[in-house]
Design a protein around this ligand. Structure first.
Ligand code: SF4
Length: 178
């Protein structure tokens, strides 16, 4: 779940939409490459000047590894410039993997806290619902996570952990473990 842009094909720079404002200097629809993306390489031409150029939104964004997981794990290293016909599917896989990685990230932090028996059972149940199939994620299996309610179940269960986030000892345990 650690971002590795070198193993991605700048999916965030093409898949996401921007609204011109404090975080982005222009409007960009989803599925259209950002004009600042190098046309020859998968790298940002203004990477060192993002804040100055009005793109703090790019600095704040973290795909949590969903980009390289999409490109390498699901599409075997294929990129959207060589195969533009795959871009819509890549965008959807990227969106779903990002949801999955966000959920797993929270569960990972919860596991570092002093969980009660019921909370531990709940974490294990939620993790089981997010288990990667033996032959890896596909658009179909990721879509099923959403349509079958795995993400809904996760959001419904989160309040059961609120007491941990209000408990200084639990927060100290999390800080010590990270
Ligand atoms: S400004 Fe750079 S990092 Fe931000 S979307 Fe455009 S190319 Fe990507």
């Amino acid at each position: 779940m650690k971002t590795d842009c070198s193993a991605c094909s700048s999916l965030c720079c093409v898949a996401l939409h921007f609204d011109r404002g404090t975080d982005f200097a222009l409007d960009k629809p989803a599925g259209v490459a950002c004009p600042n993306l190098d046309p020859q390489k998968f790298s940002c031409a203004i990477h060192d000047d993002l804040a100055k150029a009005g793109f703090t939104g790019c600095i704040k964004f973290d795909c949590l590894g969903a980009g390289q997981h999409t490109v390498q794990g699901v599409f075997g290293g294929t990129d959207w410039r060589t195969h533009p016909e795959l871009l819509p599917e890549m965008m959807e896989v990227f969106r779903l993997l990002r949801r999955l990685h966000q959920s797993l990230e929270i569960l990972k932090y919860l596991e570092l806290m002093p969980l009660g028996d019921e909370q531990l059972h709940l974490v294990n149940m939620l993790k089981a619902g997010f288990t990667e199939p033996e032959d890896g994620w596909t658009l179909s299996t990721l879509t099923a996570l959403e349509t079958d309610g795995a993400f809904d179940l996760y959001y419904t269960a989160l309040p059961a952990f609120q007491s941990l986030f209000d408990d200084p000892k639990a927060l100290a345990a999390l800080r010590a473990a990270t």
